[in-house]
Design a binder for this molecule. Sequence first.
Ligand code: CTP
Length: 427
Amino acid sequence: MADIVSDRQHNAYFASFFTPRPTPRVTQKQLFGKHIVLGVGGSIAAYKAIPLLRRLTDLGADVEVVMTASARHFITPLTFQTLSGHPVHTDLFASNSNMAHLRLAETADLILVSPATANLIGRFAHGLADDLLSTLILASHAPLLIVPAMDGDMWQHPRVQQNVQTLRETSVEVLDPEFGTLASGHVGWGRFPSEETIMSSIISLLTMPSDYHSEVVLITAGPTHEAIDPVRYIANRSSGKMGHALAQAAQKRGAKVTFITGPTSLTPPPSVHTISISTAKEMQNEVHKHFERATVVIMAAAVADYQLTHTAATKLKKHEQKHLSLTLSLTPDILGTLASKKTGQFIVGFAAETESLIEEATRKLQEKGLDMIIANDVTQPDTGFGSDTNAAIVLDMHGIAENIPLMPKHEMATKILDLIRHRLGNR
Ligand code: CTP
């Protein structure tokens, strides 16, 4: 919970609004030719969109500003109009708008919402479209970067956190606000992030390599469910997060992605060809169907190793048997069957281990005929199933190729794709 700060700190906070910042040195027009839609929400931090707009135009970007009705209580459209060189869009139904939401949605290379309020985040997360900004976001395929700024208790509210999570799972980049003094005088998480943090996210989104544009990447994720009877199944703790992060990252880098996923609570990445399966056999069928066209295969799924030899056709009744023995047989080793069908595919496996990490990963790499294996120790709380972070040792036929330290799974996905790209060479 936030703490009340002294008047002195409070005054210093407001004084900091007007402290001149050193003018950034512009070395090159790094964003020349990029069209950015800057959505400004109704927060006390709305004025911080002004220096951001200046930085973007200094770097050569063409920026068009969309203001929400609440934002106009904090700052006038004229300020943004003067600095961007474009009329500011405020009204979905303006008679002169000429379907602005569709034109902006189609031409934007990036939609930046800065600052974003809890209300805007909630509306975007639920696909609501009741004003110009929320409508164009739904209509656009451009990357979306959200810069929250709000009261600390609001940011930490479970419903806001759930909305942020929903957006992040659908490949929207939501920055974390910073800790510090808030407009209310409280101290907490909710401060508008630093200009440097925002600029580096913008630049990396707009200059993302498209080095996978000629690759067809087949990615599997999640657990499989092996039925015991119509209502029960055997499964494992996989959340599918690593596979989702890989699918999103590969798609952003220009790959054609086929994503085969077992049952998870995650929303499939948008614009990715997603096939939902339940059992190991179904996953095997789909992997074989799409294998020939693929140039890279990443088996991030935690395929169940055992299935019921006989699945009961009707629900097992406990009053009919006090002790239940299940007879299990091995599921097909999907990855193990691919090496013999290989026609140039680069094949990557995962090894989730609780002991002898390197030995087990090396054995799987060799026995399954893989080009690379990502080994991780699932006994650690930050690297286990369901965690948002991971750490791994990457092995190839030459031994240990990389030691990836603890990092968010989406960053690890980028690292793994970099390592694969390096081995694919220039093709
Ligand atoms: N895998 C697969 N089909 C299976 C089991 C695993 O394709 N039936 C793949 C996984 O997707 C992973 C790799 O094989 O990429 C290693 O999986 P893992 O469960 O770590 O190893 P197993 O081969 O199942 O061996 P063990 O259970 O003995 O550790």
